[in-house]
Design a binder for this molecule. Structure first.
Ligand code: MLT
Length: 391
């Protein structure tokens, strides 16, 4: 028996597990301290009433002979696929419901989609980046080329004709930097992918934070249907981090070597996935109802206000930062020239605040630090006060 040795090339543990371990050992040693967590991007606002009602109703339905649902369609129920398609149309994107595949979240699909592509493909990944893109490709033994995202390109790297890649990851609004591509920049990526035959894996998990006419979806860009797959999730949009529901869009036109990627994805999902629970899909569909949209918008406003409060403190402190405007993440330069992990340790020990060290997102993240605006208001204000005092 041989194990997949690629796993041995991974760092010891997943970034957020490392942080959780460090925080757990600190709190065990100092049980009297109140630690405020602005590290992992986990939401704090409860599910909105429209979602709760739909979950309750669907649970009751499941307890009746007429309303009981066993195995569902692996790709999701039509009622949810159609609701998602309607949501896309509000951004001017026309999708057919059967191009939308319901999943238990973007993280799983971002990893699972790689089943469709040969291990010999070369992958282009911006750095810093959500660690899932890197780790899942290391697990598959794929060659990774990193693309520098830094303060000089506004953390929005553009295509480089000298770099050849088969798969390209883009995340906008970006995790961790909060940077957002505009239409012209995304068009340049789409043109590059069409020209080189690459496939763009577009992570839109934070699209609900976009404003001012910036693109919510890569499919707002002409030509994207021929070169992109989009991943999205209700985790951040509607507080589904613990409820689990997302969706992946594979357009009909998307073909590689003459094969439809949508049919390969359906084949993969029907074999390896039994779908998202009926009850959860009913809850998810309520997110797209008029009341649901109104109610989640209130929660999003709450997080945006948190981000504004945090940004004001950083500005007063004279700390350089980006993000926070169209994203729940603020990406700041560590004060006093500290490294990311040094600042992490100091913040934890001196201010009892947890953030995410930029270095955990890649080489270019060194010297930076990520704070999330998903905290509770009181805790967020208190955390920023402690950060201000620390200087
Ligand atoms: C993060 O903090 O980067 C995210 O919450 C992680 C995730 O969405 O999986």
């Amino acid at each position: 028996m041989k194990i997949n040795e690629n796993y041995l090339k991974l760092q010891d543990s997943y970034l957020f597990s490392t942080i959780a371990r460090k925080v757990a050992s600190y709190t065990a040693a100092h049980p009297e301290r109140t630690v405020i967590r602005l590290g992992i991007g986990d939401v704090t606002r409860p599910l909105c009433p429209a979602v709760v009602r739909a979950l309750e109703e669907a649970s009751r339905e499941m307890g009746t002979p007429e309303g009981f649902h066993g195995y569902g369609p692996e790709q999701g129920y039509d009622f949810l696929r159609e609701a998602v398609a309607l949501y896309y149309s509000s951004h001017g994107v026309t999708l057919s419901a059967d191009e939308i595949y319901i999943s238990d979240g973007a993280k799983s699909d971002l990893g699972n989609i790689l089943d469709l592509f040969d291990a010999d493909n070369r992958v282009l990944i911006p750095d810093p980046v959500y660690p899932v893109y890197v780790d899942t490709n290391i697990m598959a033994g794929r060659e990774i080329v990193f693309l520098d995202a830094n303060a000089s390109n506004g953390f929005l790297p553009m295509p480089d004709d000298a770099v050849q890649a088969d798969l390209i990851y883009l995340c906008s609004p970006n995790n961790p930097t909060g940077a957002v591509y505009n239409h012209a920049q995304l068009k340049a990526w789409v043109d590059y992918a069409l020209q080189t035959g690459a496939v763009i894996l577009f992570d839109a998990a934070y699209e609900c934070f976009v404003g001012d006419g910036l693109p919510h979806s890569i499919f707002e860009i002409e030509g994207a249907r021929g070169c992109a797959i989009e991943f999205c999730s209700l985790s951040k949009t509607a507080g589904f981090t613990g409820t689990r529901c997302g969706y992946t869009v594979v357009p009909h036109e998307l073909r590689c070597a003459g094969v439809s990627l949508g049919s390969l994805w359906l084949r993969r999902q029907t074999t390896k996935f039994n779908g998202v629970p009926y009850i959860v899909q009913r809850g998810a569909a309520a997110v797209f109802s008029p009341e649901g949209r109104r109610e989640i918008e209130e929660n999003l406003r709450y997080y945006r206000d948190n981000a504004r409060i945090m940004a004001d403190v950083l500005r007063e402190m004279g700390v350089w930062f980006t993000g926070g405007a169209y994203s729940p993440y603020l990406w700041l330069r560590c004060p006093r020239g500290l490294s990311s992990w040094e600042y992490f340790d100091q913040l934890l020990e001196q201010a009892n605040v947890v953030g995410t060290p930029g270095a955990g997102f890649g080489r270019n993240g060194e010297g930076y630090f990520r704070l999330t605006a998903f905290g509770e208001r009181g805790a967020t204000v208190e955390a920023m006060e402690r950060i201000r005092k620390m200087g």
